[in-house]
Write a protein that binds this ligand. Structure first.
Ligand code: FE2
Length: 427
């Protein structure tokens, strides 16, 4: 047998040593040792070979717009939404396209090959929807983009949001979004969850709602989301994003809520970089950190992913398209410090996020799509610790990014040395 690409000597995330043979856009073989011809042989000796990174929560219409037209002074979610409202009328199709394309290039260089992005439909021009649908087609040979119709200013609070959500779905947007905690009343929030889930059920679509992104423990729209998921038979196709109010809820209520989420198979997407920045802004000390209850949800068998949410936009002034940054922050804030928990965090930014997005073709297995990343790390924990370099990124059977290993040479009082950032930890 001959392959188009043969990866030699890599280590899989579960610790197995493996050669990987790629034919066309498929993984054709994974064996401890493959002796075969190949169009190209890539040396991955001692390096981690991982499935690609996946981001299940992003805002590509806003990315790379930091500073336009001004900076978020208070650092709050609400000023971010107001600021985005100032920028929206100034957006042009070409500017949204260019920023999105630039971000996709960053993503590919970071081995991030699938992104679910919300796109704001509270703009009657639906210019960002058009631009991102174009980008989705353009990057499809190497990156899977999934779009969520997102009524940022409220399904009922913004006059044409409902109509625009339907228009966006008719144009080909994949997923139904929402923002119940931003509606005018709790009751409107509850009704928006019901109506949006009904729209998704009618059209056979998935749901991903910004849900309870607030420090208010009484914001409980996730309960309604779990209820509607169950009622409409949407199990496994619904995600609640952010869920930060859960941080502030009392334990008794959460002990009822989490089994309901598990029963309805509602996934949760936590966004640690942005929420550690936004939440608790009204507190003095002790200051709530606002991340949703990730370890508790995992213990209840709820599927939980880590999302990035924002990069250089009205809400967040940093970010590099690096899902290892997201995992690094997430495991700190959630105190997921055991080896098993840290490995879980790596799994979350790869396989779990892919499952939330319904990407059946993702993963390192024979017959799956040949998309993978070679990292300058020995194992997943080391990859997170180092936010390891992506040495090679293969997307749908083609090498799309390559980088040589960097080394810093030291000259210390005549003692030549070099810094090896990798470190073997005894097991
Ligand atoms: Fe978001």
């Amino acid at each position: 047998m001959s392959f188009d690409i043969l990866l030699r000597g890599g280590t899989l995330p579960d610790g197995r040593a493996a050669d990987i043979g790629i034919k066309g856009d498929r993984i054709a073989a994974i064996e401890p040792r493959i002796d075969a011809d190949a169009g190209r042989v890539i040396d991955a000796a001692g390096d981690l070979v991982s499935p690609p990174f996946v981001d299940p929560h992003f805002h590509m219409d806003a990315t790379l717009s930091l500073g336009l037209p001004r900076i978020n002074k208070s650092g709050t979610l609400l000023e971010g939404i107001a600021l985005w409202g100032e920028l929206k009328p100034l957006l042009t199709h070409e500017a949204v396209r260019q920023r999105a394309l630039d971000y996709c290039d960053w993503a590919v260089s970071m081995g991030l090959l699938a992104i679910r992005t919300h796109v704001d439909v509270c703009d009657d021009r639906l210019l960002a929807v058009e631009a991102l649908l174009e980008i989705k087609k353009e990057v499809a040979p190497y990156l899977d983009l999934q779009l969520v119709a997102f009524p940022q200013d409220g399904l009922y609070r913004f006059p044409t949001a409902r109509e625009n959500t339907i228009r966006a779905l008719d144009m080909g947007v994949d997923v139904v979004g929402g923002i119940p905690h931003f509606e005018r009343t709790m009751e409107d929030g509850r009704r928006s969850v019901t109506e949006l889930c009904e729209i998704a059920a009618d059209r056979g679509l998935m749901v991903d709602m910004h849900c309870d992104e607030t420090d208010d423990p009484h914001s409980r729209h996730i309960e309604q989301l779990a209820y509607e998921t169950q009622r409409l038979g949407l199990q496994g196709r619904v995600a609640g994003s952010h869920l930060t109010s859960m941080h502030s809820m009392d334990n008794y209520y959460v002990s009822k809520l989490l089994p309901l989420m598990a029963e309805a198979q509602v996934s949760a997407i936590a966004n640690p970089l942005i929420n550690i920045m936004l939440q608790g802004r009204h507190d003095t000390y002790p200051k709530r950190r606002g991340l949703t209850r990730v370890p508790e949800m995992l213990r209840h068998g709820i599927r939980v992913g880590w999302g990035q949410d924002c990069v250089l936009d009205p809400w967040y002034s940093l970010g590099t398209a690096d899902m290892l940054d997201v995992a690094f922050m997430g495991l700190h804030v959630a105190q997921m410090s055991s080896p098993a928990d840290m490995e879980k965090c790596f799994d979350m930014v790869t396989n779990v996020n892919a499952a939330i997005m319904g990407l059946d073709d993702h993963g390192l297995a024979v017959g799956k799509r040949a998309s993978l990343v070679i990292l300058d790390a020995g194992n997943p924990i080391e990859a997170i610790r180092l936010r390891a370099e992506r040495l090679c990124v293969i997307a749908k059977g083609k090498v799309v990014a390559e980088k040589t290993k960097q080394q810093t040479r030291l000259s210390l009082d005549g003692r030549p040395s070099s810094v090896a950032r990798r470190h073997q930890v005894p097991t």
